[in-house]
Structures are given as C-alpha cells and as structure tokens.
Design a binder for this molecule. Structure first.
Ligand code: KG4
Ligand code: ZN
Length: 358
C-alpha cells in the first residue's frame, strides 16, 4: 500500500475486562509503530466472582477510562489535537463496556473534529500481526481467548472468512472452568499451565472431541465434563492429582490444536495454492507455551510461517484497536458519529463494507 499520509491514532478498548488506550503511528509505507500502550486489567475486581461480571466491568471502565487515555497521550507526548483519528472497539463484547469506550471516542472525535473509526474487536486481533511483524495478506488466524476460539482466513482489511469456531465453550473458558473445578485461582489458564508443567500428562486419558473430523470446529465441553468426572472419582485430590489432571487436560488440548491447525493449513494450501502458507495466533490463550509448541509443530510440518505476537499484544489492548483503525483509515473507511455499539458482530459481516488491500 503506498501513497497514504502518515497517521497517528488513539485507540480505545473496553469490550471486556481491560480498560485500554494506546497511540499508534502508521507510516506512509504501511508500517506500524506503538508509541504508547496503557492497559488497566480488572482481574482483581472480578477474581472474587470467578469470572467477569458485566456490570462491574462497565462501571470500572467509566471510572478509569479518562485517566487511561490521558496517560496514553501523555506517554506519547501528544496533545489530543495532534491525533489524526480516534478508534474504539464498537463490538463484539459486553455491551456496557463497549458503550463506555465508543461513547468516549465519539466525544473525542466530535470535540477535535477528527474522524472516528468503530473497530470490530476481532479485526483488532486479526490485524495485530501486521503491526508487530508486517505480515502480508493472506494468512490464517487462530484466535483463542476467553470468549472466542476460531480459525479465520484473513485476505485483506475487512475481508474475513471464518473457517471454524467452537460449538460450545471458548478455549480460555475451558481452561478457566477446569481451573475452577480444581479449586485454582481465576483466571485459570496460567494456573493450569503452571501445574501442567509438573504433572504427568499420561496419567488420565481425556477425550479429544472431533479430533478425527475434517471440519475446523472445536468442542471443549465434553473434555471439561471428563475432567470433572475424573476429579470427582479421584477426590480427595492431592497436589499431585491436581497437577496430573492439569497436565493430562493440557495434553488433550495441544493434541486438538495441533491436529486442527494441520487441517486448517491443508485447506489453506488447497484454497490458496499461490499464497505462501502463514498462520498467526491471537488471544490470551496464545500465552500458553505448550499450545505455542503445538502450533510450531503444525506450522513446521506444513511448511508454514507462524507469527506469535508478544503476549501483551495477544491479550486485549488499545494498540490493536488503534492499528485496525489506522488500516481502515488508510482505505478511507471511517464511521459516522452515530455508529452503534454491538454486543454481537461476527467478523464475516465486515465483508459487506470492508475493502480488500491493494
Ligand atoms: O484475550 P484474553 O486476555 O481476554 C478475553 O478473552 O477477552 O484471554 C483471556 C483468557 C482467559 O480465559 C485465560 O484463562 C486464558 O486467556 N489464558 C490462558 C493462559 N493465559 C491466559 N490459557 C491457557 N494458558 C495460559 N497461559
Ligand atoms: Zn480479545
């Protein structure tokens, strides 16, 4: 992409339990640079409830967002008037939180007269690897977070095709639920990974749902139920039992991810025979090293490039929203001030308004 002016964007993210704002520059060659990136996690507010409480999340965003975006500007050494456009998550997510961020962005855009870009949160995840690694279209994305588990073909800005999703729990949710039933702290993913490292992955033979199928969907609830039944049968659980359950659970997950990703890369080669195979990962679960290794094995086996952005950019943040906003702005895709916040907003829907990249 050539010929565009450099643009500096403020990005705001409030769709779940992170209050986040960042300043990102996209230069005229299309390369991105993070100038500031402030994230305030609400984990402590939600931990006593073992999950995100939507009303608490929305209130915390109201309390903290002003200071967070002011800090993002201050760390960038910029006044609001020096920003070229304001981007905010417009969905999907917890609607109270999305409204807080989007309304704030509208106010900033109205006050400065600068363009507003309402970003699909999933598009933020999908385009992050272009900010961090300058990866060219097309590529495959595996998004694995607390709310999503999906393979998406990314062919351009606004051009996304979902190839598979979970038919029940998201992967992060499965980690969190397993952790909860084992009495581990919230969020459960990191706890399960820690204990899995010292447990015996061969002790319990947990199911690998849909493993042999060609489709790219996930199902984790049967696996979670098997873990629960095993925990009940083995109770009272010793520390060793808990570690062995974590290790066996994580082994089932990595087997599923490796196989599914292999299937996805075969499909990529079939449908896009002229494109070099590439896969990027996004979402909080991407921080899991065993899963990262499974992805590496699948990518190596299929001769694909794997991009794993730094963990802080895989979890929710403002930089990915600012960057997605910058990519859209470069294509002239801005939004009116009355753009609606959306609790549900599948990525495929962007195809109607989005444009391909040159
Ligand atoms: O993307 P993210 O920060 O937030 C949203 O889902 O919006 O992802 C959080 C999820 C949680 O379910 C958490 O348990 C999971 O990512 N997670 C992990 C790890 N770190 C975070 N799951 C497995 N292993 C990890 N190391
Ligand atoms: Zn997310």
């Amino acid at each position: 992409m050539t010929g565009q002016a450099q643009a500096t964007l403020l990005g705001i993210e409030t769709s779940c339990d992170e209050t986040a704002a960042a300043v990102v520059v996209r230069d005229r060659t299309g390369a991105g640079r993070i100038v500031s990136n402030i994230v305030r996690s609400q984990i402590e507010e939600h931990a006593p409830f073992g999950g995100v409480v939507p009303e608490l999340a929305a209130r915390a965003h109201v309390v903290h967002l002003d200071a967070i975006f002011a800090r993002a500007l201050a760390e960038a050494g910029l006044a609001l008037a020096e920003i070229d456009a304001v981007a905010a998550t417009a969905g999907p997510g917890l609607i109270g939180g999305v409204l807080v961020g989007l309304t704030t962005a509208k106010a900033l855009a109205a006050a400065t007269g600068k363009p507003l870009i309402g970003v699909n949160h999933l598009e933020g995840h999908a385009l992050t690897a272009r900010l961090t690694d300058g990866i060219a279209f097309p590529y495959l994305m595996l998004l694995v977070s607390g709310g999503h588990s999906q393979y998406v073909l990314v062919e351009g800005v606004g051009r996304y095709t979902r190839w598979g999703t979970t038919i029940d729990d998201a992967l992060g949710e499965a980690f969190d639920k397993v952790a909860k039933l084992l009495g581990l702290a919230y969020p459960g993913g990191p706890e399960v990974e820690k204990l899995a490292a010292i447990g015996d992955p061969a002790r319990f033979a947990f199911p690998r749902p849909l493993l042999r199928e060609k489709r790219l969907d996930f199902s984790f609830s049967g696996l979670k139920t098997a873990v629960r039944l095993t925990a009940e049968k083995t109770a009272p659980l010793t520390d060793t039992d808990v570690a062995d359950i974590c290790a066996s659970f994580q082994m089932a997950i990595t087997d599923i991810i490796r196989a599914r990703t292999g299937t996805a890369l075969v499909r990529f080669a079939e449908e896009l025979p002229d494109a070099p195979p590439q896969i990027v990962v996004a979402g909080g679960v991407a921080a899991n090293r065993a899963i990262g290794l499974a992805l590496r094995q699948a990518a190596d086996e299929h001769g694909a490039r794997l991009v794993v952005p730094p963990a802080a950019l895989c979890t929710d943040n403002g930089a990915m929203i600012a960057w997605a906003g910058a990519e859209r702005l470069a294509l002239g895709l801005t939004d009116p001030l009355d753009i609606a916040a959306r609790a549900r907003w599948p990525l495929d829907d962007l195809g109607r308004t989005g444009q391909g990249a040159a």
